[in-house]
Ligand binder design. Structure first.
Ligand SMILES: [Zn+2]
Length: 213
């Protein structure tokens, strides 16, 4: 995995029983932090008041975590766990959590991705599918492109008989501002190969809709 510029920072909080893991490039923190302090002033805040003293620094680290997908290489992820296998039935990884950010407002959209593929000689580790979803989600995105990028990456890297990606998400930019619709869910889907056949696609849609657990 190519975490080119990011550093994983682990802060131990033993007394509280947890480890805090952060991901940011400390070289960018100061510069980002200055900009966020300026933004605080521009929205009418006082960056010098107690509650906000460390906010620009925290946001500088947080924005890097929220967009750390730029540092990841999803093709490399899939190739790192690509195994020869004769299984030629549908493999589905469903309910993969999505935390992304809309590129128009830089406000989160959150939801779930369901991904399937039909191997053609090669399979990949199941966790890699979830990692690929995350690598594309942790960038500034639109849901449509996110869906297609995941599909293309799996199709081009594993060359399976087909790939299906369905994403359901709620966009906070629609809920908190703009039309202020609180309960609308946006669904996007993209299919290749065998999933273009109605029966295969219906089997997939049926399986992601069934609660087996
Ligand atoms: Zn938006």
């Amino acid at each position: 995995m190519a975490k080119k510029n990011l550093k994983t920072v682990i802060e131990n909080g033993h007394s509280e029983g947890y480890e805090k893991i952060d991901l940011y490039n400390y070289k960018n923190v100061d510069k980002l932090s200055e900009h966020y302090a300026a933004i605080l002033k521009l929205i009418g805040e006082d960056p010098g008041r107690e509650g906000l003293l460390k906010t620009p620094d925290r946001v500088a680290k947080s924005i890097q975590f929220l967009t750390h997908g730029y540092q990841l290489d999803p093709v490399e992820m899939l190739n790192s766990a690509k195994f020869k296998e004769d299984y030629r039935e549908m493999v589905i990884v469903k309910d993969i959590e999505i935390y992304s950010m809309c590129e128009h407002h830089m406000i989160p959209f959150i939801g779930k991705a369901h991904v399937a593929y039909i191997p053609n000689g090669y399979i990949t580790g199941l966790s890699k599918i979830a990692r690929v979803v995350d690598a594309f989600a942790r960038r500034l995105q639109v849901q449509e492109r996110l869906t297609t990028q995941i599909k293309d990456c799996i199709q081009e890297t594993l060359k399976p008989l087909g790939v299906a990606v369905v994403i359901e998400a709620q966009h906070l930019c629609m809920m908190m501002r703009g039309v202020q619709k609180q309960n609308s869910v946006t669904t996007t889907s993209d299919f290749t190969g065998a999933f273009r056949r109605v029966e295969t696609r219906e089997e997939f849609i049926h399986l992601i809709g069934t609660k087996l657990h």
